[in-house]
Write a protein that binds this ligand. Sequence first.
Ligand code: ZN
Ligand code: FE
Length: 259
Amino acid sequence: MLEVIPQLAFDDNYIWLLRWQGVAACVVVDPGDEGPVFAYCQEHDLQLSTILITHKHGDHTGGVAELKRRWPRAVVYGPAHEPVATVDRKLAAGDKLMLEALRLELEVMDVPGHTEGHIAYHGGNLLFCGDTLFAGGCGRVFSGSFEQLSDSLRQIASLPPETQVYCAHEYTLANLGFAKWVEPENPALLARIRQEQEKRARGLPTVPSSLALELATNPFLRTDQPVVIQAAEAWAGRTLSGHREVFKALRQWKDSDYD
Ligand code: ZN
Ligand code: FE
């Protein structure tokens, strides 16, 4: 059976470690720090075979060099359209990779916006989306554009609703606080806030999330909902038309007024 295990790094990063019970080879996604991966692999007698990178930021790539030193034959996959010096095999939309040790095939999606060349990995109902979609929110626009991020989130929204969303940070409660500014009366959102608060109180991660839950509660995936459009227009002080305009207003609203 495939297991996907969160390794907490820094304050709020998740490095996802994928393994198949009884198989010695494992895979990690976005190892910003080598420490947690070393510790887990040592404790469970695992060898790292593959590293998957979603984008260039240091909190997602900082551990790669040390991991390669320990496991020189590990193959590092990463985005073709942005600079990550440690990547062995560059990937772009439509590329497929078969992870033999996990009996899992992943397909690459181009999801620019947070950065200019951000990619995501999708397969077997799993989505590793880095800093593009978060539970209850989305990444900030750094070296990409608002239009790109809006389009990337639309692309993710069209995946099967049962898709499990493995994002790279534990930002959920803060994100849901902003979501409540946008939709103070969304019953699914209010129920989710209670559930996620309970998980955090018990020290549990709130991720993975499901795409279905995101579609019901995450304002950045709800840019076609009248209540969300109305709230974005009220903040912007003008009429907004289309996903991109509503998305940009929401993202700027959160950046300037919330956090
Ligand atoms: Zn990032
Ligand atoms: Fe990050």
